[in-house]
Structure formats: structure tokens, C-alpha cells
Design a protein around this ligand. Structure first.
Ligand code: 8IG
Length: 281
């Protein structure tokens, strides 16, 4: 691996799966963990979960891994962790925790958006948990509400699939994993997640449109990543934290501060839930 030249993920001649293979080899080398079983992407509000999941074996600055972007916000370096979970039956679960994501709205292309998912698959993960913070369309879902994603609407106009790759998305969010999450918390509702490009939040009219289309949640991630995961046959669990009511649903304006505060307030509770889900998966 060390002798292989670094591949440019943005070069159309380069196969993005080869870059993912390089990234997975880099993670295996740095962590000493040759195979990971499960991968988790931590979205807005979910950042505190890593410590609760298990024992950190390695923490790697994400921007040093082949194909990953330098951090969008200066001074905020994303961390990729290899976490070891010792299960009650004596078996060991190696969990790859992706501490940040590249969003489609950054304009770096879909390959970078889904590179973490493809890297996780190349590292051996057959299951993927995608978490996010999002807006809710139902007043009954107040900030702090966790919702299982049962389906999505991809409103980005983009796809991670290149050329004629026809991927079935009937069960994009694996029913068995949703059932498993509800065994931990039977009160968890399910909803349809609409991915907008962003980075602006929706107008009230766009939120109404999303509702008429069948969406319950609006956000700026997850759908493209779930598609990439299904392409390589991973089972996917999508878990949303409603951090705000979507624009026009409540009489109040959206503020980024509100979003951050809801994440902080919900942090300990949702971190515990996520850790339980990973242990059971
Ligand atoms: I956190 O209201 C968060 N992310 N599109 N709309 C969209 N993304 C979001 C929202 C929201 N809240």
C-alpha cells in the first residue's frame, strides 16, 4: 500500500472504489484493525456518542485518510475512530466511527459525499448507521425527538451512481434494523426524510411541497449516502434527530443556534440510544 501512488478521487479516470480501498488500507494500517463490522456516521447533535459506543482503539484525523477533504471549517478536524465493543457473548465488534461528513452543498462532488460510506464498505463493514440532525414537519415532534428513517426522497438532483448502475431502493433502510432499534425504544416513530441540497434552509413553500410529496423530515444529508451503501449491499439504519421544526411549521424563524442547542440538550440521551443500537446490531 505504501508504494501505491495516491489516487485523485476527483479525476474522472480514477475509480472511486479504488480510492476507497486505499482509504480502508490506510485505516487498517493506522488502527491495527484489519476488518470493521459496522460503520456509523455522526451527524449534527450526535458527536458525543463515540465515547459511549465502546473503547477507542485508534483516532485518525480524517483529512489524512486518502480521498477525504480538508475540513470545511478551519480548526475543526474530523476524526475517524476505530472502536472496539466487547459483546456480552464474548464476541468483539469493530466499529468504524466517521465523526464528520462532507455535505453535498459544499460543492465538492458526490464522490466525496459518499467516500466515507465506500471506505467503510472497503474496510469490511456490512452495516451502516447514518445519523443526522434535521427539520421536522410535525408539531408533535419537538426539538430533541429521534425518528427512524423509513424511506427517503432525494431532492438533490444528484446520484452517487455513475453510468448505468440500477440499484433497487425498495428497502433502502433495512426493515430488520428498524425493528431492532424499536426493540430498544418502542416509542421511536418512523418518517420519510427529504434531502435538499442546502445549505440554505427551506422556504415555508418548499417545506409544504416536501410534506405533500410525503416527507416528514427535511435535511441536507443521508439520502445520497444511503444510495451508495445499497449499491455495495450494506444494510442501512437511518436515525434522525429533529433539532428544529421545519420553516413555516412553527411561527418562529430558524436559527443555527437553536439547532446547536437542541443537539447539546439531546446529546446524552441520543448518544446512549445510539450506543445501545450499535451493541445490538
Ligand atoms: I439541523 O430545517 C437541520 N438541518 N434542510 N432543513 C434542512 N436541513 C436541516 C434543517 C432544516 N435542520
Amino acid at each position: 500500500m505504501a508504494n501505491q501512488p495516491a489516487l485523485d478521487i476527483d479525476d474522472p479516470q480514477v475509480d472511486p472504489f479504488e480510492v476507497a480501498k486505499q482509504a480502508a488500507e490506510y485505516i487498517a494500517e493506522k488502527s491495527g484493525v484489519p476488518h470493521h463490522d459496522v460503520a456509523v456516521t455522526l451527524g449534527s447533535g450526535w458527536g458525543g456518542a463515540a465515547e459511549l459506543i465502546g473503547t477507542t482503539v485508534a483516532a485518525i484525523p480524517t483529512d489524512e485518510i486518502p480521498g477525504f477533504s480538508a475540513p470545511a471549517v478551519a480548526g475543526h478536524v474530523g476524526t475517524t475512530r476505530s472502536i472496539r465493543v466487547d459483546k456480552p457473548d464474548g464476541s468483539v465488534l469493530n466499529v468504524l466511527v466517521l465523526g464528520s461528513r462532507t455535505h453535498f452543498y459544499e460543492g465538492k462532488g458526490v464522490r466525496r459525499v459518499v467516500h466515507g460510506v465506500r471506505t467503510a464498505a472497503a474496510a469490511g463493514a456490512s452495516k451502516l448507521v447514518l445519523t443526522n440532525g434535521c427539520g421536522g414537519l410535525h408539531v408533535a415532534w419537538q426539538p430533541g425527538q429521534v425518528v427512524l428513517i423509513k424511506d427517503h426522497i432525494n431532492l438533490t438532483g444528484a446520484s452517487p451512481l455513475e453510468s448505468a448502475t440500477f440499484v433497487d431502493l425498495t428497502d433502502v433502510y433495512t426493515p430488520r434494523l428498524r425493528d431492532m432499534a424499536r426493540e430498544i425504544d418502542p416509542s421511536l416513530p418512523e418518517g420519510v426524510y427529504a434531502q435538499f441540497r442546502g445549505p440554505q434552509y427551506e422556504t415555508p413553500a418548499e417545506v409544504r411541497m416536501a410534506g405533500i410529496m410525503g416527507a416528514d423530515l427535511v435535511g441536507m444529508s443521508t439520502a445520497l449516502e444511503a444510495i451508495a451503501a445499497r449499491q455495495v449491499g450494506m444494510d442501512v439504519l437511518g436515525v434522525s434527530l429533529v433539532t428544529n421544526l421545519a420553516a413555516g411549521v412553527s411561527p418562529f424563524q430558524l436559527s443555527h443556534a437553536e439547532v446547536i442547542d437542541a443537539g447539546i440538550a439531546a446529546g446524552p440521551r441520543i448518544s446512549k440510544l445510539l450506543a445501545e443500537i450499535i451493541r445490538k446490531i
